[in-house]
Design a protein around this ligand. Structure first.
Ligand SMILES: Cc1ncc(COP(=O)(O)O)c(C=O)c1O
Length: 370
């Protein structure tokens, strides 16, 4: 058992360490950016998968939370979170029934980008006391899920007419902001996505007689400095709470990152090679090869300016110049390239303040993938 008061250096490795003061600073700055643009903040909790951090986000003024899966929503609802948006499309009767059960106990919205998803949800809502809110997912360029802007109004109209459902608004995920070449391009693509969404929102107001929520996501968008235009009502950044090697440059440097994997140099097989006890099973093998969030290697050692050149499941290999500074047995900080899937690999995160353990938190929604 890890006791509060334990110094970070005394922890066994690999461990996922969260600097709680840095979390508070990141939450404060996210909330300030949202407030400056007059948009509601509905953070995506898939980054931390923990009701504790969701509550901290509410304490910093978040209007509600976002999740990716109905099972994540259940974990959050069980822990007392009452306003949840599943920013993902659910398909089929089993999922629809779970969503309907959840809608009876929390304020819930669910993503839809196809009428078949909506029909299943409508069926599951038969006899419900109040309708389930639906957010129409719009593709503004990610080419993942999402209906085209041209087809969105007709889908919204059809969904709104189904019994048991009510369209609350529209959302998009501008994941392609990660690929912008520089801050100017980032601001431009973000602005273009917002223009599309605001135009659609205005159309829905006319078409359905609602005051639609117009929701956008992405941490690069939040950190771009470009803000949000009038007509955007809600934002859903997720990664901003912890940040990672990919976002560090945008966030003003590696010290803005609140999460790192503590690892041990377990071998120095040669003068130009060091081996860490952290590999793809604790860091993932995610990389970003281009754009403003480009990364090098498989994780960054900020205290040494080194990167992990190769990972296998339990090994991270560092090679070349600078390796001579790594002593066997030494514990090092590693910033993952992409923090969200890393959190999902750990049973618990260790919250520290001033280099000392304050609390150990289970990653409550870890593995909740359904
Ligand atoms: C639908 C949706 N909304 C919001 C986010 C949060 O974006 P970010 O991780 O850039 O903060 C994501 C991230 O994957 C997402 O898929």
């Amino acid at each position: 058992m890890i006791r509060p008061g334990t110094p970070v250096e005394a922890l066994d490795t690999p461990s996922l360490i969260i600097d709680l003061d840095r979390v508070e600073a990141n939450l404060r700055s996210g909330a300030e950016i949202a407030a400056a643009s007059g948009v509601a903040l509905r953070p995506h909790t898939k980054t931390h998968k923990s009701p504790y951090f969701a509550q901290r986000q509410l304490a910093h003024g978040a209007a509600g939370i976002t999740v990716a899966k109905v099972t994540e929503a259940e974990v959050m609802a069980d822990a007392g979170l009452t306003d949840i948006f599943i920013a993902n499309t659910l398909f089929g009767q089993a999922k629809a029934e779970r969503a309907a059960a959840l809608a009876a106990r929390v304020r819930l919205a669910v993503g839809v980008d196809h009428i078949e998803q909506a029909r299943a949800l409508s069926g599951a809502m038969a006899g419900a006391a109040r309708p389930l809110d639906v957010m129409i997912e719009v593709d503004t360029g990610s080419r993942r899920g999402g209906i085209s802007p041209a087809d969105a109004p007709a889908l919204a109209q059809e969904v709104h007419a189904l019994p048991g459902l009510s369209v609350r608004g529209i959302y998009t995920y501008e994941g392609y902001t990660y690929e912008a070449a520089d801050r100017e391009e980032l601001a431009a693509v973000q602005r273009a996505a917002q223009d599309v969404m605001v135009r659609l929102g205005d159309g829905l107001r006319e078409l359905l007689g609602i005051d639609p929520v117009v929701s956008v996501g992405s941490t690069p968008g939040l950190l771009s400095g470009a803000g949000y235009r009038k007509g955007i009502t809600e934002i859903r950044p997720g990664t901003y709470i912890f940040l990672d090697a990919a976002q560090a440059a945008l966030a003003g440097g590696v010290e803005a990152c609140a999460a790192h994997v503590l690892a041990t140099v377990v071998s120095r097989p040669g003068p130009d090679r060091a081996v860490l006890d952290t590999g793809s099973k604790s860091l993932t093998s995610d990389t970003r090869s281009s754009g403003i969030c480009r990364t090098a290697g498989y994780g960054l050692l900020p205290d040494f300016g080194l990167t992990i050149a190769r990972v296998s499941e339990e090994h991270g290999v560092i090679e070349g110049e600078g390796v001579e500074r790594l002593r066997i047995g030494e514990k090092v900080r590693v910033l993952p390239n992409h923090i969200c899937p890393v959190v999902n690999l750990f049973d618990e995160v260790i919250g520290v303040r001033g280099g000392v353990v304050e609390l150990v938190l289970p990653v409550a929604a870890r593995g909740r993938l359904k």
